[in-house]
Each structure stands twice: as structure tokens, then as C-alpha cells.
Ligand binder design. Structure first.
Ligand SMILES: *[C@@H]1O[C@H](CO)[C@@H](O)[C@H](O)[C@H]1NC(C)=O
Ligand SMILES: *[C@@H]1O[C@H](CO)[C@@H](O)[C@H](O)[C@H]1NC(C)=O
Ligand SMILES: *[C@@H]1O[C@H](CO)[C@@H](O)[C@H](O)[C@H]1NC(C)=O
Length: 524
């Protein structure tokens, strides 16, 4: 027995178990849906044995082992908009990105970075091995990487925002639609023009957020703090929530890692009451799920839009599950009995229920991934930010259709529902894509965890860094070379032409002189 114990002790000494790290997640952006992905990742890391501290506005009710919440709830309002606010302030993708970025960068940096929770974290005695930061209006938090002197990984819950390419990733606007542009990959001249302008504008927005961040972060971390742009560009790796099956295929540098649909867990049990709603028996032909995500409050849809939906649903033999607060709907509207309201849905598990035939959604990327994963066609009603881009892609791929909010009428909704429910094209396509999305060498969660551990093992893994990051933009795009070549080329062409015309002139003068001389001789 004693020998065995000694043997095991020796074994552990010489073959240590996996190393466990301390990882800090900084997710101060106040949108629940973003955090869905980040929490899934942090839970995945905790399950692997790492100890994670997660700063966000959305602490867990029951955090799993080794998962520790740092709640900053109450420091800034949660993004939670009425349709009126969206139409007034977030009209198009550019407007919403500008609003969310500049407005929220300022409030996140002043209110969250300057909160007592964050001050406490700043002075912690804990030694972390790595920081993971969401890269949306939160760049002032890169100051922590400098303060703790540890590597940092950027993460985004959307397809890459322009500044997600700050690791030197190719971002050619001729075929890669910008995050704020509702284009598919194939663009005509005008679209490419607009896409290029969007590319330049988002670069400007990024710079603007860094100017604000610098001021506030230095106040908090001291005047010696390097510029936020320097720190933010020192990121080791980017984890991006896209995948070529439902987003466009694109070139990527070695530290641009696509982990699309990472938040999806294969099987979870549904709450009992939802299971009952979904088990429709022979009463209905199927279930339609409607959700506008965590930010848009669909109960604030205008009266006529709600009425249109209610009228359409009333005439259908389908069970509807609608994510909304029923109490806040106009009281005098006649809500048909086949609509079941829920304030928050375990959305993927609902969508993957075999009775669900259609998903009506705002086009948030996580919901789109869940619909594809579960093989359910999509009717998209884009609201702001990247939603139109995501939905445009799903329309191009024949996964579903788009109706703009302004165009929601009984007639349009009925037509769309009939097509999506009864034209097999959509169902077949979405099932085909579902297979492609699931056909990956490793599950996206494992891919993400592998690269996170890799960055820690190799102390920031600077071998992954593309050298282009450190070049100024005109060198990065070889503009200096192109201009020099153009100048040289025109100089050569120009001087050759000059030489020829000068030679031509000299020759003609010579010829004239010779002729004159001959004339004189002839005259004699
Ligand atoms: C959203 O805002 C409404 C009103 O502004 C509030 O009643 C509700 O509690 C908020 N919901 C969340 C999840 O913050
Ligand atoms: C940060 O908070 C302190 C006290 O809580 C306050 O005096 C200071 O003005 C705040 N700084 C900013 C930039 O808001
Ligand atoms: C950049 O990151 C590396 C490794 O994470 C670190 O050693 C270096 O000091 C960082 N540079 C700056 C300016 O923070």
C-alpha cells in the first residue's frame, strides 16, 4: 500500500496533471446577449479546471465551481431599448455603431472603470495568467493588461468589427462587407464605394474611442499608462464569433480564431412548463418562436405592428412562443390564445425542439447560429447594428427572408410565413448548412480553450503576430511603394517622350539646315 502511494506521488511529481490557470474576463458592455457567449466560454474554462473571475453586469444565479462573478451591475443602465428609441437613435447600422461606441465608451469608462468594484480589482493581490476582454466600447479596460503585465485576448460576439482586424488581419473592403454595412460578399460598384467609406469611418470611430479612453484610463491608472491604442493593439489573439458556413469566408492571420457558435451546448433539458407548451400533440401543426433578443423590447412594437402579428397568428393552427413581457403590451389588444409569452427563453433548446418550424427574430448573430444549428428557417426583422448584415447573409444563403420593421403588415407577414413554412427550399437549405456548421475538426469551445491555453503557455504567443500590425497604414497597403513606382514610371515615360520630341526637333532643324545648305549650293 505504502509503495503504491509513493508510486502515485512520484507519478504526480514527474507527470503533473494539466496546468490550471487564473483567467480574468472583462465584459463591461451592458448587453445581455453579448455576455451569453462570453459566459459560455468562461464556464467552459472553469469546467476544464481553470479558475475564472468574470466581470460583467450579469452575474450567475448559481455560478459553477471555480467561476467567480465580479458584478458591476448598476454602474450603467443595461441596454434595453424600446422600438421608439431604436428608431430615433439607432436608425441605421452606422448611426447605431456610432451611438453605441462613442456614447457607451464614455459611460463604460467613466462609470464602470471608475467604480469601486474595478478599483478593488485593480489593487487585487491575486495573480492572473491572462485577461480576456470584449472589444466593443471597452478598450479602456486594456489598461489592466498593462497593470498586471499579462497577455490579453480580445473577443467579440459578432462577426469581426473593423477594429477586430487590428491584429493585421486582411480587411479588404472590395469583398469583405463591413460590420455596419448590410451587404452580401458580392458588391456592385456603389456598394463597394459605400463599403470602403464605412471601412474608413469605422477606423475613425475606433480612434475617437481611444481618445476618450486615454483620458479616463490615465486618471484611473496613472499618467504613465501607455496610450490605449498601443495597449489595445498589443492583443495576443482575437476570438471571433463567426464561421464560414453562415458568414462569408475570409482570409485570416494566425491569431484570428473563428469560434462561431461556441455558446451552443448540444443537449439541455427544457423547463417543464415550456416542454408542455412545445408538446402540441395533434392540436397544432407546429410551433413558431418569436424573439427580438435581449436588447429590443418587442412589447414596445407599435400598436398596428402588434395587431398585425396577432391577426396573422390568430388565423394559424400553430402554437406561438413569443419572448416579451405580456404585461407591458397595450391592454386593449385582442391577444389570441395560441400565443404563449415568456420573458426569457432557453432559446436554443426551444429552437431545437422537433416541433419548432420557424424562428421570427431580429437577426442577432447568436440567434441566427442557433436557428442554423437546429435547422429552423428564419424570418428576420432587423433592428440595428449588425443585424441587417447577418440577415442579408441568411437571405443570400436561402435560410430565410427579411421584412423591415416599417414594412410589417398583415399581408407581408402572412406571405412570408406561408413561403417559409411551406416552401421546402428554406428548410432543406438550413438543414444542409446545419451539417456544415457542425462539421468542424473540433467543437468551437475546444478550439477557443486550446488557443487560450496556448497564449498562456507561450507568454503572449508573439510568434503568432503578423508583422503588418506594426506598420503605419500607408506602408501596410504599400501606398508608398505604389506612389514611388508611379512617379518613377511617369518620369521615365515623360523623359522618354521629351527626349524623342527633342530629338525630333533637333533632327528637323538639322534637316532644314541641310536643305538650306543644299539650296545654297544648288543656287551657286
Ligand atoms: C428594461 O427596461 C425596463 C424599463 O426601462 C425595465 O422595466 C426592465 O426591468 C428592464 N429590463 C432589464 C432586463 O433590465
Ligand atoms: C471617479 O470617481 C471619483 C470618486 O468616486 C470622482 O471623484 C472622479 O471625478 C471620477 N472620475 C471620472 C473621470 O468620472
Ligand atoms: C505587450 O504584451 C507583451 C506580452 O503579453 C508584454 O510583454 C509587453 O510588455 C506588452 N507591451 C505593452 C506596451 O504593454
Amino acid at each position: 500500500m505504502k509503495k503504491l502511494t509513493i508510486f502515485i506521488l512520484l507519478l504526480i511529481l514527474f507527470f503533473p496533471l494539466r496546468e490550471n490557470y487564473r483567467i480574468l474576463g472583462l465584459f463591461p458592455f451592458p448587453s445581455r446577449s453579448h455576455v451569453v457567449m462570453f459566459q459560455a466560454l468562461m464556464k467552459g474554462l472553469a469546467e476544464k479546471g481553470h479558475e475564472v473571475d468574470v466581470l460583467s453586469h450579469f452575474p450567475q444565479e448559481k455560478p459553477p465551481p471555480r467561476y467567480n462573478d465580479i458584478s458591476v451591475r448598476g454602474t450603467v443602465p443595461i441596454n434595453n431599448f424600446s422600438i421608439k428609441f431604436i428608431q430615433e437613435h439607432l436608425g441605421n447600422a452606422y448611426q447605431s455603431t456610432e451611438h453605441l461606441l462613442t456614447h457607451l465608451t464614455e459611460s463604460i469608462c467613466t462609470e464602470v472603470l471608475n467604480s469601486s468594484y474595478v478599483r478593488e480589482l485593480k489593487n487585487t493581490k491575486k495573480k492572473y495568467d491572462l485577461i480576456i476582454i470584449e472589444i466593443y466600447a471597452t478598450d479602456c479596460f486594456f489598461a489592466f493588461a498593462y497593470k498586471f503585465k499579462i497577455p490579453v485576448i480580445g473577443i467579440t460576439s459578432s462577426v469581426t468589427v473593423s477594429w477586430g482586424n487590428r491584429i493585421g488581419n486582411p480587411d479588404n473592403p472590395s469583398y469583405i462587407p463591413n460590420y455596419i454595412m448590410p451587404f452580401s460578399g458580392r458588391m456592385n460598384f456603389i456598394e463597394r464605394m459605400r463599403n470602403t467609406l464605412a471601412f474608413l469611418t469605422t477606423k475613425r470611430l475606433e480612434t475617437a474611442t481611444h481618445t476618450i479612453s486615454d483620458i479616463i484610463a490615465r486618471e484611473q491608472f496613472g499618467p504613465d499608462l501607455p496610450r490605449i491604442s498601443v495597449l489595445a493593439y498589443n492583443v495576443s489573439l482575437m476570438l471571433i464569433n463567426s464561421h464560414f458556413s453562415i458568414n462569408y469566408a475570409r482570409p485570416a492571420v494566425s491569431n484570428f480564431i473563428e469560434v462561431g457558435s461556441l455558446h451552443i451546448k448540444p443537449r439541455n433539458l427544457l423547463p417543464k412548463h415550456l416542454e408542455e407548451v412545445l408538446n402540441i400533440g395533434s392540436q397544432y401543426e407546429g410551433v413558431i418562436c418569436l424573439s427580438m433578443g435581449s436588447i429590443v423590447r418587442s412589447e414596445t412594437f407599435s400598436r398596428d405592428k402588434l395587431q398585425a402579428f396577432f391577426h396573422v397568428f390568430k388565423g394559424m393552427s400553430y402554437q406561438i412562443i413569443w419572448k416579451a413581457n405580456k404585461e407591458q403590451m397595450p391592454k386593449d389588444l385582442d391577444i389570441p390564445p395560441n400565443i404563449h409569452f415568456e420573458q426569457w427563453l432557453p432559446q436554443k433548446d426551444v429552437l431545437c425542439h422537433p416541433n419548432v418550424k420557424l424562428f421570427i427574430a431580429h437577426g442577432g448573430l447568436l440567434g441566427l447560429q442557433e436557428a442554423v444549428y437546429c435547422g429552423v428557417p428564419l424570418l428576420g426583422i432587423p433592428q440595428f447594428s449588425d443585424q441587417e448584415l447577418n440577415l442579408k447573409m441568411s437571405e443570400t444563403l436561402n435560410l430565410g427572408m427579411i421584412i423591415k420593421y416599417e414594412d410589417l403588415t398583415e399581408k407581408r407577414i402572412t406571405e412570408a410565413l406561408m413561403l417559409l413554412l411551406f416552401d421546402n427550399k428554406y428548410k432543406e437549405n438550413v438543414k444542409r448548412l446545419s451539417k456544415i456548421l457542425k462539421d468542424q475538426p473540433n467543437p468551437p469551445m475546444d478550439t477557443a480553450i486550446y488557443w487560450i491555453e496556448y497564449v498562456i503557455r507561450h507568454k503572449g504567443s508573439f510568434q503568432l503576430r503578423a508583422l503588418g500590425v506594426d506598420l503605419p497604414w500607408y506602408q501596410h497597403h504599400s501606398l508608398d511603394v505604389i506612389i514611388t513606382l508611379l512617379v518613377l514610371f511617369t518620369t521615365i515615360i515623360g523623359s522618354t517622350c521629351c527626349t524623342y520630341s527633342a530629338m525630333g526637333k533637333i533632327m528637323s532643324v538639322c534637316r532644314a539646315k541641310r536643305k538650306a545648305r543644299q539650296d545654297i549650293i544648288r543656287g551657286c
